[in-house]
Write a protein that binds this ligand. Structure first.
Ligand SMILES: [Zn+2]
Length: 197
């Protein structure tokens, strides 16, 4: 029994190594996967006209964040994770805060643009998971809306977890919001071919 298993393994290895025989060998398409990590932080603004936008969802009546764009810290972390996974740099490279085109920009448009950059290189998004750290606002009531909005933009499941900083440090003093995101992306690599050995 053992020798039969060993023999089968050797036969398989020989096929892939191209040793002996005249069998057709299919080199299957391989899926290439990459992981990326994103981070972003924004301070709360004292400007009462700033609107708080998290993951594309507007939080009415909450203090907004300081930023060149709409300061959507969740969308930015997700975009950063996707760019990192694809080896396409970071969000600051693509959307510099000195560029007037991005002043007050809707960050969902930025995220959509990042998705198109990945698609141009053959990447599709597998999923994104993110952790948001803040004392306020409470994310739970809007979590489903955020997840749905971001999932629609990237074309894959996006999950959000809200965490508090337990009053530690600047985030614990409600001075801003931090977001970490991890993205998994994939693309087909290689081609299906057959060769005679
Ligand atoms: Zn940002």
């Amino acid at each position: 029994m053992v020798s039969r298993i060993a023999s089968n393994r050797w036969a398989t290895a020989k096929r892939y190594l191209g040793l002996g025989g005249s069998e057709q060998v299919d080199v299957a398409r391989r899926s290439e996967m990459r992981v990326g990590q994103g981070f972003d932080v924004h301070r709360f603004s004292d400007d009462p006209t700033r609107v708080l936008v998290l993951g594309g969802v507007v939080f009415e009546g909450e203090r907004g964040l300081v930023g060149h764009s709409d300061a959507d810290v969740i969308s930015h972390a997700c975009a950063d994770a996707l760019l990192g996974a694809a080896g396409l740099g970071d969000i600051g490279m693509h959307f510099p805060d000195t560029d007037p085109r991005w002043k007050g920009a809707d960050s969902l448009a930025l995220l959509r643009h990042v998705r198109s950059l990945l698609a141009a290189d053959g990447w599709t998004v597998n999923n994104i998971d993110s952790a948001v750290i803040c004392e306020a606002p409470k994310l739970a009531p809007r979590r489903d809306a955020i997840q749905q909005t971001l999932s629609d933009v990237v074309g894959a499941p996006v999950t959000i977890k809200g965490n508090r900083a337990e009053q530690l440090g600047a985030i614990g003093r409600t001075e801003g919001i931090v977001c970490f995101a991890t993205a998994l992306i994939q693309r087909e690599s290689g081609t299906t071919e057959s060769r005679t050995t």
